[in-house]
Design a protein around this ligand. Structure first.
Ligand SMILES: [Zn+2]
Length: 395
């Protein structure tokens, strides 16, 4: 049966906003999008008075298995910046007897309530692959490899060989070069997205430039410094590119400390970028050069990162913070990042926009008095205060 969802404002994302618009769906797919006047006779009309209709959101980066550590994200910024936070996180994970899986499922419920249809989830525990089983949010799970020293890289390689699912690398400073290359090659052979934290903090860049800084001490303290690391003497994107890791299936998460030539390199390689402004602000690592990325032709996706480094855990908040950090960004661009940009980052071709043949993952946001002209501004500046409900969900 055809359904005609009518609302005062419809935002297709891939086309201009529509006043008194309609979305026609059938069997979980979108058939047509246009003005209500055009589409009124096409099926059973469902009126969404006072609402904006738009595609469900996409969260390109989370760590659901850290959700039980949400309490860490409530703390004030700590000594030692990001490196200090990693130390606290590792300690908390060791001592935690919490039910990791239960908290992760609740986090997934939270995302669903906010209108998120998909999430790229990074985990270190193989059992985390099951977090999304049977859940309405589609979880793209990647088992994350850590292994800086030669021996730990060899152990990670063995784990990767045993694993049936998709694997990925944590970061250039936590993976031996041989592990980075092997993980990327494995990802390519499976035609999967290779998600990696890139240029998140200044400490990462200092470490790659000459092997110095807080990350050096951090690695030494934990006994992982075996002398095999040769600092590449360049930025994170350049380093990964030398290892042939940057291509159109590589999702570079954070990209806070990327100079102009590395932005150009990301664009030239067709690489994908995921921004996490909430986590970046919480950890005090700086803000990504987003305007330059957009000018270079990149359309990033947005990610919440984990509850342990982001007390808000909401893509609506990510949009609000991004606009706060970058007032020059057009609201329409920010909304595109949270939808279509996210779909591109995850190489998903049937989500992120309201258009024929797309999945009918449609949400409605309460918005009395908002017009087609200011709907994107309204949605990207209100954060968590928005009232969101699902109109349809393709299963
Ligand atoms: Zn992360």
């Amino acid at each position: 049966m055809l359904l005609v969802h009518r609302a005062p404002v419809v935002l297709p994302i891939s086309a201009p906003p529509i006043s008194d618009g309609a979305v026609v769906t059938e069997g979980g797919a979108i058939v047509e999008v246009g003005s209500y006047a055009q589409l009124r006779g096409r099926g059973l009309v469902k009126d969404h008075e006072g609402a904006i209709l738009l595609p469900a959101l996409i969260n390109c980066h989370a760590h659901l298995e850290l959700s039980h550590l949400a309490v860490l994200g409530q703390r004030q910024p700590r000594e030692g910046g990001m490196t200090g936070w990693i130390g606290e996180l590792l300690a908390a994970r060791q001592n935690s007897a919490d039910d990791v899986a239960t908290a992760a499922r609740i986090a997934l419920d939270v995302l669903h309530e906010q209108g998120v249809a998909r999430v790229a989830d990074i985990g270190n525990l193989p059992e985390s692959a099951k977090i999304g089983e049977g859940h309405p949010v589609q979880v793209h799970f990647y088992l994350e490899m850590l292994g800086f020293a030669q021996q730990s890289a060899a152990n990670a390689l063995a784990r990767m060989q045993e694993s049936q699912g998709e694997c990925t690398s944590h970061a250039p400073y936590s993976n031996h070069a041989s592990l980075l290359v092997a993980a990327k090659q494995r990802a390519n052979s499976r035609k999967q997205i290779f998600s990696i934290h890139v240029a998140e903090s200044r400490a990462e860049i200092d470490f790659l430039l000459d092997g110095s800084g807080p990350l050096r001490s951090f690695i030494e303290e934990r006994g992982f410094w075996d002398g095999s690391f040769v600092p590449p003497g360049c930025g994170a994107v350049t380093y990964l590119d030398r290892l042939r890791i940057v291509d159109d299936k590589t999702l570079c998460v954070h990209c806070v400390h990327v100079p102009d030539d590395e932005i150009a390199l990301l664009a030239a390689r067709g690489a994908k970028v995921c921004l996490c402004p909430g986590s970046n602000r919480y950890l005090g690592v700086g803000t990504a050069p987003v305007e330059k990325m957009v000018r270079a032709g990149l359309m990033p996706g947005l990610g919440t990162d984990s509850m342990a480094s982001n007390p808000q855990f909401s893509i609506w908040e990510e949009m609000r913070l991004l606009r706060e950090d970058h007032p020059q960004l057009a609201p329409a661009t920010v909304l595109t990042m949270a939808t279509r940009g996210g779909a591109q980052c995850l190489a998903v071709h049937d989500s992120g926009q309201l258009a024929p043949a797309m999945r009918a993952d449609i949400i409605a946001v309460e918005a009395q008095g908002v017009t087609a002209g200011n709907a994107d501004d309204f949605l990207t500046s209100a954060g968590k205060t928005l009232r969101v409900r699902w109109v349809e969900e393709a299963r």
